[in-house]
Design a protein around this ligand. Structure first.
Ligand SMILES: [Zn+2]
Length: 151
């Protein structure tokens, strides 16, 4: 093979600081990256798919949900992952964007909070030892969502 790009990557095995499930939307990528660094998550196992936490909260089919759960299982098995971050974001095209909420950011945020909580319940049911945290990303930053639904 011919090297077309030289870059030195750390070859050591690692323990993942967290598994991160987030959307592939390019607009939030840098915010997520900087947020993870700020949180001390320097070795994340990134599970980057359209919709992020939606794939667990409102999967389009069983295959989608099971595939993501399998990725989490692999992260735990291969990289001893003990934490998971579930993320969704504003104007996500898989939800029909902000337009699906008639441009109402409050309604959108409420809906995503419920989605994240449902995703968290599924993760906890499948991986009781995993610590789960939920985050909603908008164009101002990252917002913590309590993974437990309030009464
Ligand atoms: Zn998205």
């Amino acid at each position: 093979m011919q090297e077309i790009f030289h870059f030195d990557s750390p070859p050591e095995n690692y323990t993942a600081d967290a598994a991160i499930l987030c959307c592939f939307d390019q607009r939030i990528r840098l915010a997520v990256h900087k947020f993870l660094q700020r949180q001390g998550i320097l070795r994340p196992d990134m599970i980057v798919v359209a919709g992020g936490a939606r794939t667990l909260a409102s999967p389009r089919n069983d295959f989608e949900r099971d595939f993501i759960l399998e990725q989490v299982r692999m992260s735990i098995r291969l990289h001893q992952t003990k934490r998971m971050f579930l993320m969704s974001h504003s104007d996500c095209a898989t939800y029909g964007g902000l337009a699906a909420f008639d441009g109402d950011r409050g309604r959108e945020a409420d809906h995503h909070q419920q989605e994240l909580q449902r995703a968290a319940e599924l993760v906890k049911a499948n991986f009781p030892d995993l610590t789960v945290a939920c985050f909603f990303v908008n164009f101002d930053g990252v917002h913590a969502v309590n993974p437990e639904p309030s009464e």
